[in-house]
Design a protein around this ligand. Structure first.
Ligand SMILES: C[S@@+](CC[C@H](N)C(=O)[O-])C[C@H]1O[C@@H](n2cnc3c(N)ncnc32)[C@H](O)[C@@H]1O
Length: 302
């Protein structure tokens, strides 16, 4: 677990566009007594964790143009983290669910999460750290990804792999937030960097878009904290993907967007950003989330 990630003080609720819109943190906070340490959880904390992930999942599906229909389908989740959405997908009727992630700790935790949440131990939900390149082509009806595409460093490679493993006629549901260039798109890297500056640190962390102005300082402070070079946001697990770039990469991978929604959710700041993003040059800075449904480009009929 990277030192750059914050410790929890409470369970956050989810609100798109707000400072708390990094939804996975909510589940992580509920699940992990000490952020970064996956420990034994008492019943009370498990119950809270389950409630949080169910709520996160409901909110997640609502943000797409239409909900997926998982009945009898084979589903892959890319960047499954602690596994909450995979359990949700199984509960929605999927025949098989595979969650993959690069973090071994998360995958081990996800297995415990599954065994705890499902009535009978089940191997129709599997979790793995193996890269997608190890899987056969055309085997999934759905590929889903929640709040991971702002972290995946090789987005081109991942989209190409997703297309490869997707069955003809299959669906891809990708939603993620917050985008790096949006007001608080640094996933609290700033807050962690300036944590020892007291009130000044809090002010720096509260400044919308401040991370774009202070990137060098943020990297320098993370280098110091980690005692190793942190030379780009990639080292802090952020790919800095812009919304326009993402659209182009989707197309280049041979996928076509059936729907491409942005700034989903209900809050006032989000509405202001949505109005501003129409102005020339502001799209990247005022787009904080993306919820898109994709298919093989060849199969779309306009
Ligand atoms: C913010 S977490 C989201 C986890 C989960 N989807 C959720 O919503 O709670 C992003 C996840 O993407 C994973 N990730 C990053 N790059 C990845 C890659 N190339 N392949 C698979 N998972 C990746 C991270 O390890 C992390 O668990």
């Amino acid at each position: 677990m990277s030192q750059s990630q914050p410790k929890p003080s409470r369970i956050t609720t989810v609100s798109a566009g707000s400072r708390a819109s990094d939804t996975p943190l909510a589940t992580r906070q509920a699940l992990q007594p000490e952020y970064g340490v996956i420990g034994e959880l008492d019943n009370d904390r498990w119950d809270r964790a389950m409630r949080v992930y169910r709520k996160e999942s409901v909110v997640f599906w609502q943000r797409f143009a239409r909900p997926p229909v998982f009945d009898g389908q084979s589903v892959l989740e890319v960047g499954c983290g602690l596994g909450g959405l995979c359990v949700d997908i199984a509960n929605r009727g999927a025949e098989t669910v595979l969650g993959i992630d690069i973090r071994q700790d998360d995958i081990e935790f996800a297995r415990r999460f599954r065994d705890r949440e499902l009535p009978t131990p089940s191997d129709h939900i599997r979790f793995s750290c193996e890269p997608l390149s190890r899987y056969h082509e055309t085997q999934f009806d759905y590929v889903v990804s929640k709040d991971s595409f702002e972290h995946i460093i090789d987005v081109d490679g991942m989209l190409a792999e997703i297309r490869r493993v997707l069955k003809p006629g299959g669906w891809v549901y990708i939603g993620f937030s917050p985008l790096y260039h949006s007001p608080y798109g640094d996933h609290d890297r700033r807050r962690t960097a300036f944590a020892n500056l007291g009130v000044a640190g809090k002010l720096l962390a509260a400044l919308p878009w401040g991370h774009l102005l202070m990137e060098k300082q943020i990297l320098r402070r993370h280098s110091k904290m980690r005692r190793e070079p942190v030379t780009s946001m990639h080292d802090l697990n952020l790919n800095k993907l812009k919304v326009g770039e993402f659209r182009k990469k989707i197309q280049a991978a041979g996928l076509a967007a059936e729907s491409f929604l942005v700034n989903q959710g209900n809050n006032k700041v989000g509405k202001v950003l949505s109005a501003l993003r129409a102005l020339p040059g502001l799209e990247d800075y005022c787009t904080y989330n993306v919820y898109c449904i994709l298919r093989h480009a060849g199969e779309i009929t306009e």
